[in-house]
Structures are given as structure tokens and as C-alpha cells.
Write a protein that binds this ligand. Structure first.
Ligand SMILES: [Zn+2]
Length: 460
């Protein structure tokens, strides 16, 4: 059944339905229905186009992107710690355990204060939308109430979101002032979160989903991990956690269970086709096979890899193994809320992984993985859009019929950030590369999520 077109968008668009490729839809018309879903894409050379344009214009339904402006799919950011927004960019020179103890835990503990939580979360969601992120996977604090509030804020502002309450119950690993009181309370709160956030999601157009969120194995007791695994089985809810982020976690888990993170998480029932594993630089070929088989998604967080992992996740190997991979800003293990920044970093760290970096050693002894390791800017664009959508199993990430209309409009002619290249090297790939590498938040002028205008800088 064809749906009735409620709005139409005319202009030139970039998207990447296939890994490693991009499509440039020049002077195309995208028709969107009342649910914010793309009905049809009329290409620039379609003979019907001019009649349609005239009809939509006459009915006041047409949005024209305008000269020098391009539509890109909204980004899908699959790893964000919402309560860490106030410390983005801070203390990144510290080792992970000190960063957690001295900064992160004291900060996250403040989210028992609902007024503070509302202020920070509202600002974060606005900041992400303003940078083109229309879908975000959030870890909240360990507090139930403010995590539910985060879901409500996303619903209200129009961002598609997955929201979890972070679980951290082990008294030996977490400070007394900031942890779950018991495994039973942590599992009970998570069950409540699932119900409440599902209700918020049902009332929203773009969708909001709950996520079962053990922080990482070292902060959780066996009992809570088992309880959350059972909850994952009985509810079918999404699961997210950190997997093999750095050498310390890797060693701690191995010592505790005699097996590595991926197997330990699997054996607690936390690894399935709705699981999002952040980081994973230490995931071996064999563990990767298990992830591929079980349908796991990996959130590649290139900035956090550089700061906290002493390693770089081998994205191309994961892709070849058939694992879903998307990108995460990992606020605040990464300093930037911008997926543009992370698209760039995913390319850069892959180049270092390819070659290794110690020039005092012969080239073949520098630890680089060699050919087939580097991630191109177009592949990175795919990871930030289609890859994230695939990772979550949500219909977004491209401009194709049946997908949600999530779009950011990038103006390449802004004062102080001109991306036109003065008319030289003007092929579509050059235009796209300039947009991806050089855009500032100011270049992103309008953002639509599920057909709703959720950010409009032109109106300011
Ligand atoms: Zn994280």
C-alpha cells in the first residue's frame, strides 16, 4: 500500500547504502509520509520530477535545500555516556581507573539530582542533534529516575534513542556513594526502566528503547550479571556494555573467570543479536567469529581507543568476519560530541594500525596489521550512518524507501567555513570528503529526525 506523501525535499544528497561506496543523488526529490518514513526517491533525471516539484510547491509541501547545501543521513552514535557530558575533554591523560575514581564516579553520582540531570541531559541532546546525530545509544548514570528522564527528554526533543541505566553493584569495585545497593535492586531497577522507557517509546514517533546496561564486568558481581542476562532473555531488550576496552580490564576478567570478556559475557546470557559491545580492540579472531555468529554489534570508539585502550580496534577484520560495526563518540572517553570528528578519527587510527608507529624498528616489525587495515573516509561515513543503523536493526541511515527520514542539511557556503573548494576538485567524492573532514557544527544548518525538524539554525 502506498502511503500518502506529506512532505517532500528537493536538493542533492549523499548516502552510503553499501560499505565502501557512496551515492550522490543530484537534484533528487525525497517524498516522506506522515509517519516520517521515506516513500520514494525521485532521481534527478526522472521525467515526472518537474511535475511533482510543481505540485508539491503549490501545495506548500516542498522543502528546497538550496544552492551549496547537501542532505546527509542523520548520524547514528552508538555509544554515549550521557552523565559524562560535563567532563567532556577533561582528564584524558589519566589512566582509566583514576579517571573513573577521581572524575567520572563523583560526576555521575550527581545525577540523583533531577534538576541537574534535566539541565545536563537537555543540553547534551541539543548538542548532539545540532551536530547531526539523530539516533543515539546512551548509558545513563546508575540512577533509575534520571535515566528514565533522559529517555523522556529524547522523546520530547525528537531524537531516536536507546537508553540504559548503568548497573554497577560490586561493593569492592565501586565507591559507597555511587553504586547499586544490591544485585536485586539493580536488576529490579533495570526491569522498571525497561517498562517505563518502552512506554515512552510507544508514545514517540521516532522510537525510544530501553537497554540493559552492565557498566563492565569489573564493576559488577556475578549475581547481577546473571540477573541481567536472565532479564535479557525474558524481555528481548537491547544490551550494552564495554568489552575488552583495555589491557587492565582484559587481564582482570581473565583472572576472575579464567576466560576473556566476550566468553564471560556470553556465559552470563549477555551476548545476542541485540547486544552492543563498546570498544573491543582486544577481541581475537575466534571471539570475533562468536560475535558474528550471535549477531553482536561493535561500537567502534576511535577516540577512546587512543586514550584508554593502548590499542586500536581492527574494524576491517570485524567487517570481514561479518560483525555489525557502528561508530560511537564515547563521550567522555572521547572528547567530542561530533560524529564528524569520530568519522575522521576512525580513518586516522586505522592508518596507524595499518603501519604501526615506531619508526626505530624496521617496517615489518612495527606492529602494523598491514594491507586491508585502513578505513577510508567513505567507509567511515558508512559506519556512522548505515553501519550504526544495521548495528541497532533500525530503519535509518540511508535515503531509501521504507527508512525513517533522518537528514542533516550541510551548508558548504558558511562564512569562515567554506567547503566549496573554490570550484576546483568538484567531483562528488571531493565534495563529500570536504564535508566529512572539514564541517564544523555551524555548517549543519537543519536536522530532521523521522520527518520532524528537530534543529533549525537558520531560524535563529
Ligand atoms: Zn564507554
Amino acid at each position: 500500500m502506498s502511503k500518502e506523501v506529506k512532505s517532500a525535499y528537493y536538493g542533492s544528497f549523499f548516502h552510503a547504502p553499501v560499505y565502501g561506496e557512496f551515492e550522490y543523488l543530484e537534484d533528487a526529490l525525497i517524498e516522506v509520509d506522515g509517519d516520517g518514513v521515506i516513500v520514494r526517491v525521485v532521481t534527478g533525471d526522472d521525467p515526472c520530477k518537474s511535475d511533482l516539484l510543481e505540485a508539491y510547491r503549490n501545495r506548500g509541501m516542498l522543502v528546497e535545500l538550496g544552492e551549496g547545501r547537501f542532505g546527509l543521513p542523520g548520524f547514528v552514535d552508538i555509544h554515549v555516556h550521557a552523565p559524562q557530558w560535563p567532563q567532556a575533554a577533561l582528564a584524558l591523560d589519566e589512566p582509566l581507573y583514576l579517571w573513573l575514581e577521581q572524575r567520572t564516579f563523583p560526576l555521575e553520582s550527581k545525577f540523583s539530582d533531577m534538576e541537574f540531570a534535566r539541565r545536563v541531559y537537555g543540553d547534551l541532546v541539543d548538542a548532539l542533534l545540532a551536530r547531526g546525530s539523530t539516533t543515539t545509544v546512551y548509558l545513563g548514570s546508575a540512577h533509575l529516575e534520571s535515566s528514565i528522564e533522559l529517555a523522556a527528554i529524547c522523546a520530547e526533543k525528537g531524537q531516536r534513542a536507546l537508553v540504559g541505566k548503568t548497573v554497577m553493584d560490586d561493593p569492592a569495585a565501586n565507591p559507597e556513594y555511587y553504586r547499586d545497593a544490591s544485585p536485586a535492586q539493580a536488576v529490579g531497577d533495570t526491569a522498571t526502566l525497561i517498562k517505563e522507557v518502552e512506554a515512552i517509546g510507544r508514545a514517540s514517533k521516532q522510537g525510544i528503547w530501553p537497554v540493559i546496561t552492565p557498566r563492565f564486568i569489573p564493576s559488577c558481581t556475578d549475581e547481577v550479571l546473571r540477573g541481567l542476562g536472565d532479564l535479557a532473555a525474558s524481555t528481548g531488550a537491547y544490551v550494552q556494555t564495554h568489552c575488552n576496552e583495555g589491557q587492565w580490564e582484559h587481564d582482570v576478567v581473565l583472572e576472575r573467570f579464567g576466560k576473556t570478556d566476550p566468553y564471560a559475557l556470553r556465559d552470563f546470557g549477555l551476548v545476542n543479536e541485540r547486544t552492543i559491545m563498546a570498544h573491543c580492540p582486544y577481541v581475537t579472531e575466534k571471539e570475533g567469529e562468536m560475535f558474528a555468529e550471535l549477531g553482536v554489534a561493535i561500537a567502534h570508539c576511535p577516540m577512546a581507543n587512543s586514550y584508554f585502550s593502548s590499542a586500536v580496534a581492527p574494524v576491517q577484520r570485524f567487517r570481514k568476519q561479518g560483525i555489525h560495526v557502528g561508530l560511537g563518540t564515547d563521550i567522555s572517553g572521547g572528547y567530542s560530541p561530533s560524529m564528524y570528528e569520530n568519522i575522521r578519527q576512525a580513518v586516522l587510527v586505522s592508518r596507524l594500525l595499518e603501519t604501526g608507529v615506531n619508526a626505530m624498528l624496521p617496517p615489518d616489525e612495527r606492529g602494523g596489521l598491514g594491507e586491508g587495515t585502513r578505513v577510508s573516509i567513505v567507509e567511515s561515513f558508512w559506519l556512522a550512518t548505515t553501519g550504526g543503523a544495521e548495528a541497532l536493526g533500525l530503519p535509518t541511515g540511508t535515503f531509501e524507501p521504507g527508512r525513517a527520514f533522518d537528514m542533516q542539511v550541510v551548508d558548504t557556503k558558511r562564512p569562515d567555513c567554506d567547503l566549496t573548494g573554490f570550484g576546483v576538485f568538484d567531483a562528488p567524492i571531493d565534495r563529500l570528503a570536504r564535508i566529512l573532514y572539514l564541517s564544523t557544527p555551524d555548517n549543519v544548518r537543519k536536522v530532521y529526525a523521522q520527518g520532524r525538524l528537530v534543529c533549525d539554525k537558520d531560524a535563529r
